[in-house]
Design a protein around this ligand. Structure first.
Ligand code: HPA
Ligand code: ZN
Length: 346
């Protein structure tokens, strides 16, 4: 591991912003800013539940995950056409590129949209075209992870996978999102087994609000390669040992955890303790339009609150590339660029 030079507290935010990084946990529907939401609503002749952008933003106060999911789902009603999905994804990728994200793995779901009468091809083609264009426009790579909604049935998840099969080559993997409590990973054991047979990479949200048992079953029953959130793992020393030993990455989202009251404040977040324990943690934005910041805000606010330094920054950025689903050659290329940034930063 590269031993990095210390960086002063004043210069650290600049280093965090300019360092190359990958973002591995963000829901594209959660990047829909109120401005674009209102513009799409107008374009599609959809009346909005809030009279203006400011009153919508004021509604972004949540007590827990479910509170957020209710508002988030209402926001997705403006998405109707392939161009809408393209515009939303292009806006996120432009924003991510500005934060020096070299690679993004984007969560999306189709069940929300098919539930509103929008077909799977509209969703996937819009997202995929934006990923292709981002490569040409911003020089970044991006891939798509289809999330099943865990509050819906196993049967519905199978139908979702079936409908996505014609677009198999546009997906890198599948995940599991939405209301965690009462919907343990094992509910989706057979769907994940099928996705695995199809060669899709596997991830799942687990241990955001739910108990360590959900993380165990995501690993042992679903056989996922990464855990999304996973912050409740610290309650279980045997689980921590497993995550360290098998180098299972956790995609941590500090501002999300703050806004959904998983931790009372950022200073109480366990990210630093996870790194100290040897966990392959990464920093991500989850739903940046709702949680008060894109990936660089997650880095700068968390580093300030926890007193983290340049070595942690290098570790987290390196982890983000190591934990990604890009091929080894590109991984090495990105990690080399990361090292150059740290070696030349003054
Ligand atoms: N958790 C679960 N489901 C989600 C989230 C989240 O943080 N964001 C969007 N869907
Ligand atoms: Zn999430």
């Amino acid at each position: 591991m590269l031993k990095v030079k210390p960086v002063s507290a004043e210069r650290l935010p600049e280093l965090l912003r300019c360092m190359p990084k990958a973002e591995l946990h963000m829901h594209i529907e959660g990047s829909l800013e109120p401005e674009l939401m209102f513009a799409l609503g107008q374009r599609n002749g959809i009346s909005m539940a809030y009279p203006d952008i400011d009153s919508l933003r004021r509604a972004y106060v949540f007590d827990n995950l479910q509170d957020f999911l209710d508002i988030y789902h209402a926001g997705t009603l403006v998405l109707r056409t392939e161009q809408d999905f393209y515009d939303m994804t292009h806006a996120y990728l432009a924003r991510a590129a500005a934060d020096n994200v070299l690679h993004a793995e984007i969560f999306f779901d189709t069940q929300t949209h098919t539930g509103h009468g929008v077909s799977v091809d509209v969703v996937i083609n819009g997202l995929h075209r934006a990923c292709i264009d981002a490569h040409a426009e911003f020089g970044m790579s991006a891939s798509l992870i289809l999330c099943f909604l865990r509050h819906l049935s196993e049967q519905e998840a199978f139908e979702c996978l079936e409908q996505a099969l014609p677009y198999r080559d546009k997906l890198v993997g599948v995940g599991l999102a939405s209301s965690e409590m009462g919907h343990p990973p094992e509910k989706f054991a057979r769907v994940f087994a099928r996705a695995r047979e199809l060669g899709l990479r596997l991830v799942a949200h687990a241990g955001e609000e739910g108990p360590p048992a959900y993380i165990w079953s995501a690993l042992d029953v679903l056989k996922v390669e990464r855990i999304d959130h996973g912050v409740q793992a610290m309650k279980d020393p045997a689980l921590m040992a497993r995550l360290v030993q098998d180098r299972i990455p956790l995609t941590v989202c500090p501002l999300s955890n703050l806004k959904l009251r998983v931790f009372p404040n950022l200073a109480g977040h366990n990210l630093a303790r996870m790194l100290d324990a040897g966990i392959v943690a990464t920093v991500n934005s989850d739903d940046p339009a709702y949680f008060g910041g894109y990936i660089n805000e997650n880095f700068t606010q968390t580093f300030a609150a926890l007193g983290l330094g340049a070595q942690h920054a290098y570790q987290l950025a390196r982890n983000s590339f190591e934990a990604s689903f890009i091929d080894e050659a590109l991984k090495r290329q990105y990690i080399d660029r990361l090292a150059v940034t740290f070696e030349t930063f003054e």
